[in-house]
Design a protein around this ligand. Structure first.
Ligand code: AHR
Length: 308
């Protein structure tokens, strides 16, 4: 090849490369942390799907701290990313930073958890499951399994987090129809296995080994897995002495259901990058207004109905 043709080939490649990188979308994703089994599975999926879509993903793990999320979002704004995705630790405290993103003209999308802001125009849409429905599904399953007679201990998720607020509300909306169903103990286990174990140990102590308790409702599987350990250590038979219903349907819970140490779990899909990125990418292309919530379906599983 002549020197001149080599030169023009090199120029052509350079032009092509800069055109491709000009097209690459950069997205900042502020994730809650890595609590439990569900969250890391969600993070892995977001990273894998971003790769498939050719997205330059800036991933920030907030380790359960909202302040870390605010710092991450401000750094995404400073880096002039094309879009920001937030899975918020708690619902409150978002107005100011979302206003900053809006002023910088960077669209914000909520994934999984919700925020509580008066000005809904501060984010484009939320793509997530319906946590309230998950609570309702758990409550309805328990109502039929206990024939409407049940003293319940509840393991709540992180205080102030959307899934903790909404799963509780949904569950209570169902059991309020049954005069003999009531929550007799409730405490936060922060969505972790350790937290769930500690809370169940306290419940066991304060109820004389769960005397008169018919069910444990946990806002996620990891807390229920911890509760199962605590109950077994106290000589109880989870799934038999006490009905066990929770949310997420993670692999370890599938095993517990198969062993009969748990009875039901509402599936929260973790492979949701395939729902989230197309919404973000299409919006970046056409800027068409979207409904404020794109709902991902949830369903309940037992050992008899394991699904796929
Ligand atoms: O926001 C979803 C919840 O967060 C999941 O149910 C729980 O496992 C996680 O910590």
């Amino acid at each position: 090849m002549k020197l001149t043709s080599l030169f023009s080939a090199a120029i052509g490649a350079a032009v092509l490369m800069s055109a491709t990188s000009a097209l690459a979308v950069t997205i900042g994703f502020s994730q809650v942390g890595d609590e439990g089994d569900w969250r890391p599975a969600f993070s892995r999926d977001m990273q894998a799907e971003a790769k498939k879509e050719g997205i330059d993903l800036k991933f920030a793990d907030a380790q359960g701290k909202e302040e870390a999320q605010l710092t991450a979002v401000r750094s995404f704004i400073a880096q002039k990313v094309d879009a920001i995705i937030i899975a918020p630790v708690v619902v409150t405290g978002w107005d100011q930073v979302l206003r900053e993103a809006k002023r910088a003209n960077i669209p914000v999308f909520l994934a999984d958890r919700d925020v509580d802001v008066t000005d809904k125009s501060l984010y484009v849409t939320r793509i997530s499951a319906d946590f309230n429905l998950e609570g309702k599904l758990a409550g309805a399953w328990l109502a039929q399994a206990s024939k409407g007679n049940c003293n319940i201990v509840e393991l709540q998720g992180t205080t102030g987090a959307a899934p903790a607020i909404e799963r509780k509300k949904g569950f209570e909306a169902i059991i309020s129809n049954f005069p003999n169903m009531k929550i007799i103990k409730t405490q936060s286990g922060d969505f972790t296995t350790d937290g769930g174990k500690k809370v169940m140990e306290a419940f066991i102590k304060s109820t004389d080994n769960l005397k008169g308790v018919c069910a444990s409702f946990a806002h996620n599987d990891n807390m229920q897995l911890g509760a199962i350990q605590a109950m077994k250590e106290a000589g109880l038979k989870p799934g038999k002495d006490v009905l066990m219903v929770s949310v997420d349907y993670v692999p370890a819970m599938k095993t517990e259901l198969a062993k009969g140490e748990a009875n039901a779990s509402v599936e929260l899909r973790s492979a949701i990058g395939k729902y989230i990125y197309p919404v973000v990418l299409n919006y970046l292309k056409d800027k068409k207004p979207l409904p404020k919530w794109v709902v991902i379906p949830s369903d309940l599983h037992t050992a008899a109905t394991p699904g796929n």
